[in-house]
Design a protein around this ligand. Structure first.
Ligand code: NAD
Ligand code: TYD
Length: 335
């Protein structure tokens, strides 16, 4: 592994991964391939743009010809796929782009992996298991996705499995729990809550706020992807998370406490359709590879809050235009 195509590398997790990999492996050459949708942002990679071991190609993973050309031109040996439509609420409003990118786009990348004999790693999600009211999901559990987003990611996982079995593509999958940290587009729960709280705006909490998520720090997730890409058993799936879940209402309260803001900013709003009450991952398989998350929930959230406080240049300009249109549709018109 040396010349890696990082698809979706201009998004939240992908950009953190690029920075981490450039720092860790002095002989790796990374090509970010990204369509720059509303969630993709070259500001996320501003501090690495002059690194001679980094290149950026603007492109869609559904564009097979450009994927092939990029693989050949840059002598790519590995694809790590972060590219996806990722927001559950948007998938409820309109699933079209989710099916195109998350399903068809994955197929295009798998075809390239097959044709050029590439190592392939898929960044997947715990949401494919569906709501887990008790216990914890193991990698062998059935996939029971309940949102169009989760269904599109589950479809990708199944396609990958078929390419592993039928075409002997050298692939692995990680299924990560919710990530938090620097450069997360301010429409996911934590960055919406943090940036709203900074401005003394309400924190829109869905339903009773008693849904549970395993909020992990993005760099812990990046380390796990690195580990599985290098040492994971080919053909295998690995869950990635801390193994500890938090109620959304407790996450909102801690955001406010960290910022010294009153709890009266929490505003209960209508619940998300089909809202999964809880995800929970059994992470023993990954632990057996020697991985431990470096941050617990409180450390992860306090680092995240600090970053948003110190980096208004990054998020303030995003909260305009398309963002405000989405915000109005999602939070004002739904009331
Ligand atoms: P993100 O929405 O911040 O970024 C997605 C990136 O993919 C953007 O840069 C976007 O421009 C790009 N993209 C979208 N469609 C594309 C296309 N057709 N062609 C090329 N690029 C395209 O997402 P994220 O939170 O960084 O998530 C990255 C990956 O991790 C996704 O596959 C997601 O399913 C998975 N994941 C995310 C989380 C989480 O909590 N954020 C948890 C587990 C797994
Ligand atoms: P989100 O960040 O969208 O991630 P996911 O749905 O993929 O887990 O949401 C995290 C949790 O927070 C989820 O239970 C939904 C809830 N939520 C709110 O309560 N309010 C919000 O404004 C958003 C975006 C999410």
């Amino acid at each position: 592994m040396q010349n890696i195509l990082i698809t979706g590398g201009a998004g939240f997790i992908g950009s953190n991964f690029v920075r981490y990999m450039l720092g860790k492996y002095p002989n790796y050459y990374l090509v970010v391939y990204d369509k720059l949708t509303y969630a993709g942002n070259l500001d996320n990679l501003r501090d690495v743009e002059n690194n001679p071991r980094y290149r950026f190609v603007k492109g869609d993973i559904c564009d097979a010809a450009l994927v092939e050309r990029t693989v050949t031109e840059h002598k790519i040996d590995t694809i790590i796929n972060f590219a996806a439509e990722t927001h559950v609420d948007r998938s409820i409003m309109d699933a079209d782009a989710f099916i195109r990118t998350d399903v068809y786009g994955t197929y295009v990348l798998l075809e390239a992996a097959k044709k050029f004999g590439l190592r392939y790693h898929q960044v997947g999600t715990d949401e494919v298991y569906g709501a887990v009211l008790e216990g914890a999901s193991k990698e062998t559990d059935s996939l029971l996705p309940r949102s169009p987003y989760a269904a599109s990611k589950a479809s990708a996982d199944l396609l990958i499995h078929s390419y592993i079995v039928t075409h002997k593509v050298a692939a692995t999958i990680t299924r990560g729990a919710n990530n938090i940290g620097p450069y997360q587009y301010p429409e996911k729960a934590v960055p919406v809550f943090v940036t709203n709280a900074i401005d003394n705006f309400p924190l829109p909490l869905y339903g009773d706020g008693k849904q549970m998520r395993d909020y992990q720090f993005v760099l812990d997730h990046c380390e796990a992807i690195d580990l599985v890409a290098h040492q994971g058993k080919l053909g295998q799936v690995y869950n990635v998370g801390t193994g500890h879940e938090t109620y959304n209402i407790d996450m909102a309260r801690l955001v406010l406490k960290l910022l010294g803001k009153p709890e009266s900013l929490i505003q209960h709003v209508p619940d998300r359709a089909g809202h999964d009450r809880r995800y929970s991952l059994d992470v023993n398989k990954l632990r057996a590879l020697g991985w431990e998350p470096a941050h617990d929930f409180e450390e992860a959230l306090s680092k995240t809050v600090k970053w948003y406080v110190e980096n208004e240049w990054w998020w303030r300009k995003l909260k305009s235009g398309e963002y405000l249109e989405y915000y109005k549709k999602q939070y004002v018109e739904r009331q």
